[in-house]
Design a protein around this ligand. Structure first.
Ligand code: FAD
Length: 304
């Protein structure tokens, strides 16, 4: 029955069956300069009317953006009125330091943390926990829960984390993160819907019943996505390379192609029952806005 419904949804005219009955969230990175801060703020203001259930702000490698992440998260929550989540990693910090950052968030009214292990500091190939630091994301979650009753999101990997020996141990690790107190997992980006569906099925079979939200990456720069995909193990389908070929010097055409690819991915996920989407905005609102629009999402109060 579910298969049949999914098939019907895909056969209907493009996007005509998108009811807008979806929840969205948006991810930003902390700005480095005044100009970038302006771009971020414009993006927040553009996306705010879509009533995201939360937005999140990343934490630079090695904790390098501690202050800027903090400022951005607090400003978005206080001035734009959107529940904001702070990403936090275990890298380069003792448990006490991480706990102090978390306590500070709690005091400022931030109730949601995206809890991550983080990547090895520059120059190190393999991850080594800081002496006296949290070992991994599951350990961090347990620590955060001791600080306060945060809502916690974590990372998940439909194509398996590169450090993981196999898919099953990666799932066991995800389960440990839910068991430690996570309420949702947000996936690494991927480009084939089947990749997400297979992962969702494997997670369910492994006894994971928490929310798993697909992370959608609209492609701003194809070469940057190729680089990131190489690092995190995301497969880039052959057809996608073909679609971006020849568009390096055509940013406007590239955006149209990107929006089409990402919206089609979301449409297929929707047909497979997905109703929650997390967008890696890269601090640019238009692509994410256009994709949400095609999915039937309208500013709060406006009918589709
Ligand atoms: P963990 O869940 O701790 O796991 C990492 C790997 O180690 C997995 O393969 C796991 O299977 C294995 N592992 C962990 N513990 C054990 C164990 N006890 N035994 C065996 N294997 C184990 N990075 C940033 O620096 N800043 C950010 O803001 C940021 N935001 C992100 C947001 C999302 C949605 C995603 C998907 C990733 C994000 N990252 C960010 C990247 C992330 O930090 C890296 O992918 C990192 O390498 C792993 O982090 P994790 O929290 O998934 O680690």
């Amino acid at each position: 029955q579910q298969m049949r419904e999914a098939q019907l949804a895909l056969e209907s005219p493009l996007f005509s069956d998108m009811a807008g009955d979806i929840d969205v969230s948006f991810e930003f990175f902390p700005p480095k300069t005044e100009k970038m801060a302006e771009t971020l703020w414009q993006s927040v203001e553009t996306l705010a009317p879509l009533a995201p259930r939360f937005v999140s702000v990343t934490y630079g490698a090695g904790g390098s953006t501690r202050e800027r992440t903090h400022q951005s998260v607090v400003r978005i929550q206080n001035e734009a009125g959107i529940p904001a989540a702070a990403h936090l990693t275990c890298v380069n910090a003792t448990r006490e330091e991480v706990d102090a950052v978390a306590r500070h968030y709690w005091e400022e009214g931030i109730r949601h943390i995206v809890a991550l292990r983080g990547d090895p500091p520059e120059g190190h190939e393999h991850y080594q926990p800081h002496p006296g630091g949290y070992e991994n994301a599951a350990d961090l979650i347990a620590g955060l829960k001791r600080v306060a009753d945060f809502e916690i999101s974590v990372a998940a990997y439909p194509e398996v984390h590169p450090d993981s020996p196999d898919a099953q141990s990666d799932l066991d690790n995800l389960k440990r993160k839910f068991d430690a107190g996570a309420t949702r997992a947000i996936t690494q980006f991927f480009f084939e819907p089947e990749c997400f569906f297979r992962f969702r099925d494997r997670a369910a079979a492994a006894g994971i019943d928490g929310e798993i939200v697909p992370g959608i990456m609209p492609v701003l720069s194809f070469s940057a996505v190729q680089r990131m995909s190489g690092l995190c193990g995301t497969g880039i389908p052959h057809w996608m390379e073909g679609l971006f070929e020849g568009l390096d010097d055509r940013p406007a055409a590239r955006q149209l192609v990107s929006a089409t690819i990402a919206a089609e991915l979301c449409r297929r996920l929707y047909a497979g029952g997905v109703r929650k989407f997390h967008f890696y905005t890269l601090n640019r609102a238009e692509l994410s806005y256009a994709i949400c629009h095609m999915l039937g999402k309208r500013p709060a109060g406006e009918a589709k």
